[in-house]
Design a protein around this ligand. Structure first.
Ligand SMILES: Nc1ncnc2c1ncn2[C@@H]1O[C@H](COP(=O)(O)OP(=O)(O)OP(=O)(O)O)[C@@H](O)[C@H]1O
Length: 252
């Protein structure tokens, strides 16, 4: 696939963990928006965005509300497919996969962290973290061992059997991060991961994300200046297009 025109920081000698080239994503406005004459107007949420993220990078996607941050994140994670352009995830062109194939690709290569944690309330922290390993058919012993080790790693070794409702927002988000890591994905995407958290708790969650970026690619979309400051580099969107990059030092 061609190199995106994103500047030197995105070149790199190693292959990108994820690469998007000239991404366009249009959404229908829905039945309520059908124009006279039958055509459905669409929203162009992304309009020709290219990006490449390598292992060891912590990349922030910044931009005002509606600029296309979540849309870009969803395309990179294989949760959605572009209207035009291409996404290559872990060396695979996601367009060549159907819905089920993409689900498998995500399960094996991507960890996803959402603003509202998305934990199952009836399950313990450890069972929530282990869930993706159930889908991968791993043994109970392996699931338990791996989920326990990850909860220790994110500082929740003493909260293994607590249910989400018994945990603080920051603790729930760290459980969600442990769950995102349990399959050892090359890519972790986080959509407004600090949106529900106070600044002290955010700092802890961001430091955890920063640590995990040492050996994988992490892409975070956010409005939160504290979150964006933690990233190594920023991709700035406006109206679905990528703004010209500023020097990295200006972003710190
Ligand atoms: N499923 C959808 N159907 C129709 N339009 C959508 C859909 N999802 C997003 N959009 C539109 O696409 C544009 C980009 O949305 P997106 O959620 O990617 O922006 P964002 O930068 O993440 O915004 P925010 O910071 O408010 O979360 C917006 O105009 C939005 O209304």
């Amino acid at each position: 696939m061609a190199e995106p025109d994103g500047g030197g920081a995105e070149g790199g000698e190693t292959p990108a963990v994820v690469r998007g080239v000239d991404l366009v994503r249009e959404y229908d406005r829905g039945a309520g928006g059908i124009l006279r004459g039958g055509s459905t107007p669409s929203v162009r949420a992304l309009d020709g965005v290219s990006i490449a993220v390598h292992s060891g990078e912590f990349v922030g996607i910044a931009g005002p509300s509606g600029s296309g941050k979540s849309t870009l994140l969803h395309l990179l994670a294989g949760l959605d497919v572009p209207t035009a352009g291409a996404v290559e995830l872990a060396g695979e062109d996601i367009e060549s996969y159907g819905e089920r194939g993409r689900a498998r690709l995500r399960l094996e290569h991507v960890g996803i962290v959402f603003q509202r944690f998305h934990l199952l309330p009836a399950l313990s922290a450890r069972a929530n973290v282990a869930l993706p390993l159930v889908e991968l058919g791993r043994s109970k012993a392996e699931r338990r061992e791996r989920a326990s080790a990850l909860l220790e790693e994110v500082g929740l070794g003493d909260r293994m059997t607590h249910k989400p409702g018994q945990l603080s927002g920051g603790e729930q988000q760290r459980v969600a991060i442990a769950r995102a890591l349990v399959t050892e994905p090359e890519l972790v995407v986080a959509d407004e991961p600090t949106g529900e958290l106070d600044s002290e708790t955010s700092a802890r969650v961001l430091s955890t994300l920063d640590d995990i970026a040492d050996e994988r690619a992490v892409v975070l979309a956010s409005h939160d200046p504290q979150a964006l400051e933690t990233c190594d580099r920023l991709v700035r969107l406006r109206d679905g297009t990528r703004r010209r990059e500023r020097a990295e030092t200006e972003l710190r």
